[in-house]
Design a protein around this ligand. Structure first.
Ligand SMILES: N[C@@H](CCC(=O)N[C@@H](CS)C(=O)NCC(=O)O)C(=O)O
Length: 276
């Protein structure tokens, strides 16, 4: 049986947290969604689907301007907003659709809980689970800043201040992660794989999406924050852990196509800049 249904734009490193955990635990999650720009043409609901003429006549469909990221009107049902009071994606639902689970880290926790018989990813006792929570929380603090930066880039509103704050946030995040990994290389918590590691990998993928905007950064005379040469030197343990996990099949299935595409964009822009 499907443990969760998730609606989101795709590909989305936030949703990969859940799908990687699901593969590791051998459980089923159902994914519904579309490219980011197409989600404005969807009805946001447990039964999410492409908007039809009929949906526009429904009295339970609320048309609202997007508050984060879409820059257009979004169509959400009353039930969607009951289940997801902040109205965001990724949006997960229990199999009946009654319970909404929001925030990608909480969706990740839900998958780990659903799959715990097959694979323990969320700690063996209350202390281990709580330490995993600590890493998830610190990741969310960093994720908020990287979201501000990526949205600023996509809306052509990036400036030196946002760029600097994001570089500092990544520096702070990786300083802690690197220290936590200096004693062992298999996992952030007690040297074994947990959802803290899955979340970490996906947050690094997320910030690396700045590469899709490399030409804008070049025009603003701003450097890439996700600069592997610099990061490898300063955060050796953290970046090695990231690479090792990205090589695992449960991760690479979704992460490799995204990261390869971003590398190609960055290489192409670099080539163009050298020619200029
Ligand atoms: N911290 C949240 C971020 C979710 C979020 O902000 N999603 C935005 C898209 S990037 C959204 O759904 N916006 C809906 C709207 O603007 O109405 C998570 O990790 O799930």
């Amino acid at each position: 049986m499907t443990a969760l249904r998730i609606f989101s734009y795709l590909p989305n490193p936030r949703i990969m947290k859940a799908t990687i955990a699901a593969r590791l635990c051998g459980i089923d999650v159902e994914i519904r969604g579309d490219k980011p720009k197409n989600l404005v043409d969807w009805l946001w609901d447990f039964e999410a689907h492409k908007l039809s003429d009929n949906d526009h006549k429904r009295v339970d469909v609320i048309a609202q301007p997007s508050h984060t990221g879409f820059n257009k009107t979004l169509y959400k049902t009353e039930n969607f907003l009951k289940a997801h009071p902040f109205g965001t994606v990724p949006a997960a639902f229990s199999p009946s659709g009654e319970t909404g689970i929001f925030e990608s880290n909480s969706i990740l926790r839900a998958v780990a809980r659903a799959g715990k018989e097959k694979c323990s990813l969320y700690g063996e006792d209350l202390y281990e689970s709580s330490r995993i929570d600590s890493f998830l929380d610190v990741s969310l603090v960093f994720a908020r800043q990287s979201q501000v930066y990526l949205l600023a880039l996509s809306q052509n509103e990036c400036n030196e201040v946002v760029h600097k704050e994001t570089a500092n946030a990544l520096n702070n995040y990786l300083t802690g992660m690197n220290r936590a990994l200096s004693g062992g290389s298999d996992g952030l918590v007690n040297n074994k794989l947990s959802i803290a590691d899955i979340c970490f990998v996906c947050e690094i993928c997320q910030i690396s999406r700045e590469r899709a905007h490399i030409e804008k950064l070049n025009k603003l005379n701003l450097e890439l924050i996700y600069n592997r040469k610099i990061l490898n030197r300063s955060f050796e343990h953290a970046m090695r852990h990231f690479d090792n996990l990205c090589d695992r099949q449960e991760f690479s299935l979704e992460i490799a196509p995204l990261m390869d595409r971003l590398s190609r964009i960055a290489d192409q822009a670099h080539g163009t800049a050298l020619k200029d």
